[in-house]
Design a protein around this ligand. Structure first.
Ligand code: PLP
Length: 400
């Protein structure tokens, strides 16, 4: 009999020639275990997914309850399914009034696909503005508004009429006009290196969109559901989008995505022709039940206030160490910038060998992404920060 490692390397389609290759046994809270019996502190949360940690009891219970009732019964949008209806209400009532409806999909990139189509259909325009260094997903529409040539070039031609601008630069204001369907952006660029938008700039973009009838789309797939200390990062800015995209932590560990907008804008999907944007599995009942339980737990247990505490403790432990250039981001969505690519790689590898999983980002090789679950205990957090500080110091010395 083949081992699972042999099967993985032989039959699972790989995304690189150097996967991390840890064989997972089980996961609980802020830790996971390999089949070799090694424990890892999870400081990346499955890339900003496990905000409540792994297998949170309320999420597991909600899945079990729903499992007893039904799984998939009909394509999205036809039948009334309690988990969908209740989850949509639970999200919508926590959002500004103009985001009163949610269209459920299965993933982040599908949320962006839907948002772009909705903006085009509603405005009857095709011009899309996006930002350099952004990441919106790997399907064709999302890739078309992703601002990194190295990932786009192999797939050209992509969507036409997409125009890129520098993030946080006023240049974009001149590009937003009466022919623009939408501006899509991450309020905090994630894969681009944890770069928050500037408050004044974001307000100017909002204003220019309003003046020209352009829809403002916020991709909060990575920053949403509490990661920055607010339910969504736009709340830090007081700038409300016309369409809000979400996924990742939304399902409490189950796959789901969604985009929220107003009743008026969503009407564009109902007519000319009807059923012009459909999905079979969008808003799967198990994922909705899990997501609803996760959201209720997040909000009723004051977990959002844990994010700024994590930020303070991380900055206190790491800011003054040799080799540390900067720690940026908000709450538990942080980017630790180190002096060199070599140091970054060495620190990530040596922490992993000591049982601390750190993150990387797609566009930056001197940045370590820190995104622990919000439920991480003080004790585990301090264990993780001790390992990380010791390794930053040791690796800095060994590279001199
Ligand atoms: N948008 C942002 C900001 C992301 O960070 C990601 C994934 O990392 C995506 C979209 C794509 O999400 P998914 O991988 O669920 O398609």
């Amino acid at each position: 009999m083949s081992t699972q490692e042999e099967l993985f390397y032989k039959h699972v389609a790989l995304t690189s020639d150097s996967p991390m290759g840890i064989t997972i046994s089980h996961a609980n809270g802020a830790v996971f275990f390999s089949t070799a019996g090694k424990r890892y502190i999870d400081f990346i949360s499955g890339i900003a997914v496990s905000t409540l940690g792994h297998r949170h009891p309320s999420v597991v219970q909600a899945i079990k309850n729903q499992l007893e009732k039904h799984l998939h019964v009909m394509v999205y949008g036809e039948f009334i399914q309690r988990p969908q209806a209740e989850f949509a209400a639970s999200i919508a009532t926590r959002l500004p009034e103009n985001l009163d409806r949610i269209y459920f999909v299965n993933s982040g990139t599908e949320a962006n696909e839907g948002a772009l189509k909705l903006a085009k259909k509603y405005t009857k325009r095709t011009r899309l503005l996006a930002f350099r260094n952004s990441y919106h997903g790997d399907t064709h529409g999302s890739l078309s508004v992703t601002g990194r040539d190295v990932y786009r070039d192999p797939y050209l031609p992509l969507l036409p009429d997409v125009h890129f601008y520098d993030f946080n630069s006023d240049e974009v204001l001149g590009g937003i006009n009466e022919e623009t369907a939408a501006v899509i952006m991450e309020p905090i660029q994630g894969e681009g290196g944890i770069i928050p938008a500037q408050k004044k700039w974001l307000s100017s973009v909002r204003q220019r969109c309003t003046e020209t009838g352009t829809l403002l789309i916020f991709d909060e797939i990575q920053s949403g559901f509490g990661r920055t200390g607010k339910l969504f990062a736009f709340e830090h800015y007081g700038v409300v989008p016309d369409i809000l995209c979400m996924a990742k932590a939304m399902g409490g560990g189950m796959p789901i995505g969604g985009f929220a907008s107003s009743t008026a804008i969503f009407k564009a999907f109902m007519y000319d022709p009807p059923l012009n944007h459909v999905t079979t599995f969008g808003g799967h009942p198990l994922s909705c039940a899990a997501g609803h339980a996760a959201l209720e737990f997040l909000c009723s247990n004051d977990l959002l206030s844990r994010a700024p505490v994590i930020e303070i403790l991380v900055k206190k432990a790491l800011s003054d160490l040799p080799g540390v250039v900067e720690i940026r981001g908000m709450g538990a969505m942080l980017g630790l910038v180190l002096e060199s690519r070599e140091l970054t790689q060495k620190v990530v590898e040596s922490c992993l060998s000591r049982g601390l999983l750190l993150g990387w980002t797609l566009h930056s090789n001197t940045l370590v992404r820190l995104a622990p679950p919000l439920i991480i205990s003080d004790e585990l957090l301090s264990q993780a920060l001790n390992i990380l500080s010791e390794e930053i110091i040791a690796c800095s010395i060994s590279l001199v």
